[in-house]
Design a protein around this ligand. Sequence first.
Ligand code: G3P
Ligand code: MG
Length: 262
Amino acid sequence: MWPYPKVIAHRGGGTLAPENTIAAMRCGLDHGFRAVEFDVMLSRDAIPVAMHDPHFGRTVRGAGNVSDFTADQLLAMDAGTWFGPGFAGEPVAAFRQILEFCRRNQVWMNIEIKPAPGFERETGTVVAEMTREFFAAEIAAKGMAGGAALRPGEIDPTLPLFSSFSFDALVAAKAAAPEIPRGYLVDRIAADWRSRLAELEAIALHTNHKHLSPGQAKEVTQAGYGLFCYTVNTPERAREILSWGVDAFCTDRIDLIGADFC
Ligand code: G3P
Ligand code: MG
């Protein structure tokens, strides 16, 4: 149930570049990564942009909520200076720019839908609609339009995967782009994980490796789901969770853990 790459660059370039920017995507690619995870949030005018925090202050200077600013305003903001002077002026990236970058460079995407509080459904819908339109030719070529639930072996590894901590965002994404697979993100695996994945018709569970046990890994993979972990930053830990049957993980240390790690 995991036809995608095993090692994924977290937020584009991990610790080597300002997260969720085009510079980060370029950094991941320069390090040999053809698979990337990034976070997507809506602007006030409902345009998806690459952003992790719903508030300014960490990666973008200032105060206030991302959702109070239009895309034009956000895309003019500096998302690089916080990281280092070499990235001064690196702007906030539009989701669309990242889609284009990844297509141009054949980079697979784990698109994390990261709604600002209160915008869960809207974010899921808009991100899914834009992605579906962007991949319309691929979806049509596979005869997938209509979006029946995927079975093992039917997943197109060239299509991205949506992930989110927001169940509601994924419900909305499923309705708007049923052909694009979903992974449900949880910090800890709760007792209801099977029913949650079933309701989403998800193909994978994404979880924090820090709380995962070998027994849980076995349960998830034996149930026929992909198992993805975030964020694994040492080769020793990566080897350990892979030995438990974890299918894939993202890493901030793209300098220590290569795309061909095994
Ligand atoms: O998608 C995995 C990981 O990115 C989830 O946590 O906070 O880095 O978005 P966060
Ligand atoms: Mg993320």
